[in-house]
Each structure stands twice: as structure tokens, then as C-alpha cells.
Design a protein. Structure first.
Lengths: 372, 372
DNA sequence: CTGAAAGCGCTTACAG
DNA sequence: CTGAAAGCGCTTACAG
């Protein structure tokens, strides 16, 4: 049994001193480790007096429980893994933060992994998280998801029939809003779509239900329903990483077709930003010569030239919903509720159209929009 | 000894099956757990044949080591804690991502905590991280840092004489660049500073070396050195959270003073964005009526109206440097190198001036800037 | 109300 | 080259 005898005598660098353990506290309080553990738990079987002694000793020693040890014993790590394509993207960062808030309030900590939009990266990240014994997973997949034990909820990307469910933006509804604004309010008929290549890459599989694909499908459906043609040359694609640069190139080509569109819908904010940059470089007056709207709301979009009409996602809400869905399963499991074998829950978060100028509208109260 | 007898017979939900352990692999391979552990480590004492058997068994069972158990035993969690004020802010997200890249390459995982810019939150977060036995810490403090065991490096905020060191943007150099551009290139003499209140809040202590304070000091110094006056009314402050809204209010007031400035330096990107919004709302032509420059480069700043002249931080580099500094200590410690008691290392990352239009310049190649 | 003991899944001297 | 055993720091039935 290690005691202070092991300790080199004399002044010790405090930062290197061994952390006190339950055993240390027990010794100091003159009780057993079981009692310390229970007292610290607030177990009602321990009378106030004993608890008092224990708490004093613990405080005096600066004792803090070792969570690894506890989780080894309890088989619960109180860790939730979050995997995202790229934490530096505002959407993922916001979702993470929101999810983290609700998870931490319930006593869980979060470990994040970036996949860099690479399926293999993602598979490795998932494995690492499992090795850490995470209790649950929140994932925005890049196609590398492999099922394992433990509850998982997807956000952003839809994976049918897997995990507890998913919560995603209402891609279809959003696209409808966008097309209708362009077609009904502004009377456009030549509307192009700027997206990301559908179908898998070598690095990415199973993207059938990716946001990009859903948005493209929705675009086709709404256009069809409105009896508006979708010529193939009106389908422009950036790259799989949604880079601004790829959007610039795609839209430059798009505008060179025989009969160029009068309006374009960008399937994401980075795409919209790239399009805007290129259009401006090519001397188009966006909002006048050509309408441009964005599926996601870029940061500071009211300060852009021109201010961008866009769909605002409720990122925070999406994060909270996802986390809560996971939490429910976690708590349910803890209290012995049978693991649900019902269908995964599907939640769609609606999007709001923010009308600014790039669509051709002139907002009522120009320039005075409050900050996001 | 637990065996398959414990298992309820019949079909078992695979997601609920117990993860295989070393003992399982040992049983299957017909060797001891010690041998399995060593074989999996690639220990040279284990001959290829034995290793082969072990690896096969492990693969067949889908065995993965339990990291909690290992870290309990080895007293090393291979976990690095990162604490930031707000992960949804681009700077912190980018730094995190960069740091994570180098840390993961070395086998560490990262657990992030948001402090919401609250000192108490931060103290709790730090404690939680210690409870998780993190091997090291990367922190952008909000004033709630309390020293504990384990190596720590600060980024963003400077904390002298603590931890391994810090890596921060070159606030003084950056401010010099900004003032000189305004004063020398454009001949401004009435230059105002839009920052964040210096000194502590109730929720925040020890902010003497906060970025905001360093930038203000630098501003005063450079102005003084150039014999330019700094009247008190030219010092405008948003709030401690650097919100755009607070900047809007502050600059509105600033422009109402008897002799308003002809140029303003915003100490951060959100502040600059708020200022731009307000200035535009008040019908100023930014870049013509008044010059506005930003200490940090806002996202899409080339697409703003007008494009914003700003200092570009090398966020990724900053993250990598910080992580590497921590890693060096971690590796050193592991190989038994004495904990360094020398002075903390100070690293300053330089900033580049990106000249756009808001300062009054007309860039040579208008509108064709490549994406960030 | 309290304690002794087992055990979570590993690693690693120590002995053979 | 291999194994038995101790032990990392906890929690929790079990017994008193």
C-alpha cells in the first residue's frame, strides 16, 4: 500500500505530486474507502457527521475523483463522441456548441473528431472513439460510418434505418421556398442550380442521402412541379469539399452557356460566396443582371455586396435536438429501459428565408438589419 | 471469471454484446493475457508465430483495447484538453483544428470545452479536464485559469510566468502596421480605436494581458511615437463578449463627438463588422467618408461592401505551434527528461496586412481576389 | 451505518 | 520466450 514513504522527502514540485486518491482521503478521515465513495456520492445511508468528516478530508487534500477509474468500473465513460467533417465550418461549430451545452448539463463531456470529409478518416475516428468507450455518438457523416455498439444520432446527413435517428435541415422545404421566391416573386424561369457532384467519390461512399443530393432532388422536383425546365447545363457543380474556388469555376462555366440562367440557387453558403466572387469579378451586377440566392446563410451576409438572400438554418436548435435525442437514449439505457428497436426518429428543422438584395428584392429597411 | 455462461443464450442484439477483452483474445489464442498484450504492442520478445496467432484471434473477435483501462494502468490518458471561450468563433475553431491535427498524429485525442467567456465556467471546465486525467492543456483563457499539475500552453491570451509558455498574435506589431498604414499612406491624424473595455469584469479577472488590452496599449504607443494625439473620446468600447451589436452602439456614439475621427481601427473582426454595419446604416461611405480597418480578417472580407482592409492572422500556424510546444513537453516527460523550470517560452505569430478598400485604398486588381 | 473484498480491463516488473 | 500476479483508482453487492 503506497504511503507517503514512497514520496521523496523534501520540497516537491507541486505540479508533479501524485494526485490524492480515495485511499488517501479514507486514511485522513479515518474511514474506509467504501464510506468515502458513498459519502461523496451523497448516499443517504451515510449520516451527516460522517459525511462531514469525509468532505473535510477530501477538501483538505484537494481530492478529485479519477474519472477513468470510475468509468472502468461502472462501464460508463460519460463521454460522447462528436464527429464532423470540419469543425472550422460555422455550421458544425455551432451545432457542436449547442449539443455540448445540453450534454454537459447532463454530466457528459464531449470529444470531437474532424474527418476532413474523408470516409476513411471517419472510420478511424469512429474506431478511436469506440476505443475510448464513448457512451454515445453524434455524427455528421462523410460516408465512413460503420455501425458499432452504442446509440448514435446523425445530424446533417441522413442515414435511414440506422441509429436512433437523424435530425437534418428541411432540405426539400427550403429548396421549395427558394425556387418559389425566384419564380413567383421575381418571375424567373431560367433558374440554375449550383451544387456539389452527386454520387460517391473514391473517398466517400453511400452519399445517397447527403444534403447536397437531397437539395438537388428537391430542386428538380419543385422545378418540375412548376413546369419549369431543368436543362442539364443548368446543373453546375463545385467539388466535394464545397470549396469557394470550385464554385467560382463552376459558375464561370455556367454563365458561358448559350442561354445563361437569370437566377442561380447555390446549395450552400460557401458555394454562394464563391459564385458571388466570380460574378462580381466578371462584372455582373448581382441582384440586377442576375439573381443569386443561397441555401445557407453566410456569415455577415447583410454586409456583403450585395446583401445575400438566403435560408437561415437553425443550427443551434438542430444541435440541441440531436443532443437531446441522444441523451434520452442514454438515460433510458441507464434506467434499464429496453433498447428501442422501433424505427429511427426523423426530425427536420425548418429553414427561414431571409430576403435581402441578391435576389433582386429591395428590403424595406435597408442597411439597418440587426446583427445575427 | 466471467465466461460465456454469463451471457444470456439465444440471439443477442449485437449492439449490446460485451466488447471482447484481452482475456477473450488470450483464451481464443491459447496464450496468456500478458502475451496478448505484448504481441499487440509489437514487443520484439514475442516471436512472429505467436504474434500471428494472437493477431488472428484479436481480428476474429474484433478486439479493440479499452483505453480507459490502459490509461488507468499507465497513468497516461493520451488526452489533451483544449479550452476556448467560444468554439463557434472562427479563430478558435481553426486553432483547435490545427492543434488537433498535430496532436492526433502523435496519438493524442482532444477534448474541447467552451467557457462562454466566463471565468467561473472556465475554472469548472479545467477541473473537469483534470478529472479526466488529461495529459496536457491548451488554453485560451477567459480569466478563470487556475494552475494544476500537468503541462499547459496558452494561446491567444498571454499569461506570464505560467505553464510552458504561450503563443499569441503579434498584437503590438499588428497595431503598428495598422496605424502606419492609416497615418503614412493615407495621412490620417484623427484615428480612433474601437476595442473592448480594458480591465476586469466581475466574471473575469486577471485580464491584464488579454489581446484587447495589448492592442489598446500598442495603439497608444504607436500613436504616441508618431506624435499623434489620442483624445479619450477616440477610445470606444464594445462589450466584453466582443459582440457586433455592442460595436454598433459604440461607433454610433463615437461618430457623434464634436470632432469625429476620420479613421477607426477595430480591435477585432466582430467589432469591425458591427462598425461597418452601423456606419452603413448611418449613410457613411466607408473608405471615402471614413476609413475603417480591422485587426482580424473577417470571413469573406473581400466580398463585403466595401471590402475590408484587415490583418490576417495565421490561425492554423498558431494552433500548430501551440500543439507542438505541448507535445514536446509531453514527449520529454515521457522519456524522463526533467520538467523544465526555465522561463516559459513566448512565441508571437506575425500578422499580414491585407489592403482592400475600407481604408481608402483602391486595390490594383479589383474584385478578383482568390478565395481565402 | 460501515467495511472487506471483488473486479472493471489493462500493463509490466518479476520469475522462470 | 511466456505466464502468474500485482495493481492503477474506483464502485458496489454482500455481510455484518
Amino acid at each position: 500500500m503506497p504511503s507517503s514513504q514512497d514520496q521523496t522527502p523534501g520540497p516537491v514540485d507541486p505540479s508533479r505530486r501524485r494526485r490524492p486518491t480515495l485511499t488517501d482521503v479514507a486514511a485522513m478521515a479515518g474511514v474506509s474507502v467504501s464510506t468515502v465513495s458513498r459519502a461523496l456520492d451523497g448516499n443517504p445511508r451515510i449520516p451527516g457527521e460522517t459525511r462531514q468528516k469525509v468532505v473535510e478530508a477530501a477538501t483538505a487534500l484537494g481530492f478529485r475523483r479519477n474519472i477513468s477509474a470510475r468509468s472502468l468500473r461502472t462501464q460508463s465513460s460519460m463521454l460522447v463522441g462528436v464527429v464532423v467533417p470540419d469543425i472550422a465550418i460555422a455550421f458544425y461549430a455551432t451545432v457542436l456548441k449547442a449539443a455540448q451545452n445540453v450534454l454537459e448539463a447532463a454530466g457528459y463531456q464531449v470529444v470531437v473528431m474532424n474527418t476532413e470529409r474523408d470516409a476513411q478518416h471517419e472510420t478511424v475516428a469512429l474506431r478511436t472513439l469506440q476505443d475510448r468507450q464513448v457512451d454515445g455518438l453524434l455524427v455528421a457523416t462523410s460516408g465512413g460510418y460503420v455501425p458499432d455498439r452504442g446509440p448514435v444520432v446523425f445530424f446533417d446527413h441522413v442515414i435511414p434505418d440506422t441509429g436512433l435517428g437523424y435530425v437534418s435541415p428541411d432540405n426539400a422545404g427550403g429548396m421549395t421556398t427558394l425556387v418559389e421566391h425566384l419564380a413567383v416573386v421575381h418571375g424567373h424561369t431560367r433558374i440554375a442550380f449550383l451544387g456539389v457532384p452527386p454520387g460517391p467519390t473514391d473517398r466517400t461512399q453511400r452519399m445517397e442521402n447527403a444534403p447536397a443530393t437531397e437539395r438537388l432532388e428537391a430542386f428538380r422536383n419543385v422545378m418540375g412541379a412548376r413546369r419549369l425546365p431543368v436543362p442539364p447545363e443548368y446543373l453546375a457543380y463545385g467539388d466535394h469539399e464545397w470549396t469557394e474556388a470550385s464554385a467560382q469555376q463552376a459558375i464561370a462555366e455556367l454563365m458561358r452557356v448559350a442561354e445563361p440562367p437569370t437566377a442561380v440557387i447555390a446549395a450552400g453558403d460557401t458555394l454562394a460566396l464563391g459564385a458571388l466572387r466570380q460574378l462580381r469579378a466578371d462584372q455582373y451586377k448581382v441582384g440586377t443582371d442576375i439573381a443569386l440566392v443561397s441555401f445557407d446563410d453566410p456569415v455577415s451576409s447583410d454586409l456583403l455586396d450585395p446583401p445575400m438572400t438566403a435560408l437561415r438554418r437553425h443550427d443551434r436548435e438542430l444541435g440541441e435536438i440531436s443532443a437531446r435525442m441522444l441523451l434520452d437514449a442514454l438515460e433510458g439505457r441507464k434506467s434499464g429501459v429496453a433498447p428501442k428497436t422501433e424505427h429511427p426518429t426523423e426530425t427536420r428543422v425548418p429553414l427561414d428565408l431571409i430576403v435581402r438584395r441578391s435576389c433582386g428584392c429591395a428590403p424595406e429597411t435597408p442597411e439597418s438589419e440587426p446583427p445575427p
